[in-house]
Design a protein around this ligand. Structure first.
Ligand code: AHR
Length: 497
């Protein structure tokens, strides 16, 4: 049984660049993401590290061209007091991680550790400020501490703590999930709070600019978006957030690996809902900001399931199967195709938490199917979007339907065209005819990510069950078109030169 779809590469009316920041990540003080994930401590002599940060993790993320990393939360951000995380480590006070497992942390991974790690990664830091339980002055001080070159109490303190030059952090979140763990605020109340905080977060960068990001809506809360867009001047807000997770049911999320076809369908439906969310948010933004001064920042997304059996329920540790590869491929196609407004996104989360790209266990590290999708798609970073029109057959379950195929395309600076195609149908191949329009295809190469079974994953015993391999079955057909036969639950990225 085959699905049959068609896609046409269009000529753009206006050039759009797919911001590399769409391929961003998120690292919260949550479970084993920071401690025992990224950071194993300076004194660790069994795992190779650089100032306590795992070298294998750094190399793997560099290989993704990781563009940015959001920290320290999440919900944790609105409990975090940055001043407790600088200065001599032995003198730092502890913090109880109230949101995630109630564990006591020693604050040994703080501002310097994070920002220096971003330098190692070649990623731009995205700091989420504490608005919920913090003070305006505390956040204003943080900006001055990390960004001010001249003499001031905060920059002098930074130098005393060992860092001469400012880090010039551009991306700043003004709170997180202000409608929930960030303070249970109403949209109106948060709007006023936002304006106040943003005002005192001075731009100390000497002109390179502070990019303030508002805590955005919880999934389909369009009133939140509407209120922020109506009431916050664009000069104070460069980005507006949006959080949406692919989840079956918040009260019964289901296993990450042992899921039924119905659960698979429901997860994919929830992931596909991102398309509607992005389009409806953009429509509201276009109404209040026709010049496009404010960007849409999807600073949390990904699949969320029950934790792995036997692990701490507060640590959100889950395995990652081909279902996750499907979420990643489809969602990144959605973001690419809405590159006009979506300028940043952060997959939740980078290491050992939720839809992680990397899992660690002692000395060992594995790359998940999601990692491989991110790696295959990195060719789209900062490339020119090629708009598409797509007719896809449906993936149907119990008379409910979602499109089986998603596609996005771009042209990089060397003139190479890349087309990423995803078929989420768990049973049927899909034959996709790609009408190339004005794109030439003298040579076609490609890679595919698939597996024998939908529920396959990379484990510490079998770390390479799922990995991309060469795909050379794209056929040139009449009239400037190619045909791609995408196997069930597969991601293909083609290169045309
Ligand atoms: O990513 C896990 C949590 O999900 C974050 O801390 C929070 O912002 C969201 O609810």
């Amino acid at each position: 049984l085959y699905g049959q779809s068609s896609v046409r590469l269009e000529t753009p009316q206006q050039e759009q660049i797919i911001s590399r920041h769409i391929y961003g990540h998120f690292a919260e003080h949550l479970g084993r993401c920071i401690y025992d994930g990224f950071y194993v401590g300076e004194k660790n002599d069994s795992i190779p590290h650089s100032d306590g940060v795992r070298k294998d993790v750094i190399e793997a993320l560099k290989n993704l061209n990781i563009p940015n990393l959001r920290w320290p939360g999440g919900c944790f951000a609105d409990t975090y007091h940055w001043k407790d995380g600088v200065g001599p480590k032995a003198q730092r006070p502890a913090i109880v991680n109230n949101w995630w497992g109630g564990v006591t942390e020693d604050n040994s991974f703080g501002t310097h550790d994070f920002l220096n790690m971003c330098e190692l990664l070649g990623a731009e830091p995205y700091l989420a400020g504490n608005v919920g339980s913090g003070e305006v002055q505390e956040l204003a001080d943080w900006v001055q501490y990390v960004n001010f070159k001249g003499e001031s109490p905060m920059s002098d303190w930074r130098r005393k703590n060992g860092r001469q030059e400012p880090w010039k952090v551009k991306f700043w979140g003004v709170g997180n999930e202000a409608w929930g763990c960030g303070g249970n605020m109403t949209a109106d109340y948060y709007t006023d709070i936002y304006r106040k905080y943003a005002t005192f977060m001075s731009d100390w960068t000497n002109g390179s600019g502070l990019y303030r990001i508002a805590s955005g809506a919880n999934s389909a809360d369009y009133n939140w978006t509407e209120t922020l867009m109506k009431k916050i001047p664009s000069g104070l807000m460069k980005g507006m957030g949006l959080h949406h997770y692919a989840v079956i049911n918040w009260d019964n999320k289901g296993s990450a690996t042992q899921y039924s076809e119905e659960e698979y369908f429901k997860t994919m439906k929830s992931a596909w809902f991102m398309n509607e969310l992005v389009e409806k948010n953009i429509a509201i933004m276009d109404k209040y900001d026709p010049k496009g001064l404010v960007d849409l920042i999807v600073d949390e997304w990904g699949g969320w399931y029950a934790v792995e059996p036997g692990t701490n329920p507060g640590f959100l540790y889950q395995q990652n199967t081909m279902r996750d590869a499907m979420i990643a491929g489809m969602t990144l196609n959605i973001f690419n195709n809405h590159a006009r407004r979506v300028k940043m996104a952060n997959l939740a989360q980078a290491v050992n938490v939720l839809q992680a790209v990397i899992l660690t266990e002692g000395k060992n590290m594995i790359l998940t199917p999601t990692y491989h999708v991110m790696e295959m798609y990195k060719v789209h970073q900062d490339a020119k979007l090629i708009p598409i029109s797509l007719q896809s057959t449906d993936f149907e379950f119990n008379q409910k339907k979602i499109p089986a195929v998603s596609v996005s395309a771009s042209q990089d600076k060397q003139g190479r065209t890349h087309i990423s195609l995803v078929n989420i149908d768990p049973k049927k191949n899909n034959k996709v005819r790609v009408d190339l329009g004005s794109v030439k295809a003298a040579k076609i190469s490609g890679r595919i990510l698939t597996a024998e079974n939908l529920r396959d994953y990379n484990s510490f015993k079998k770390p390479t069950t799922i990995k991309p391999v060469v795909y050379n079955k794209a056929k040139v057909v009449n009239g400037g078109a190619i045909e791609v036969d995408i196997p069930a639950f597969s991601v293909i990225v083609l290169e045309l030169i």
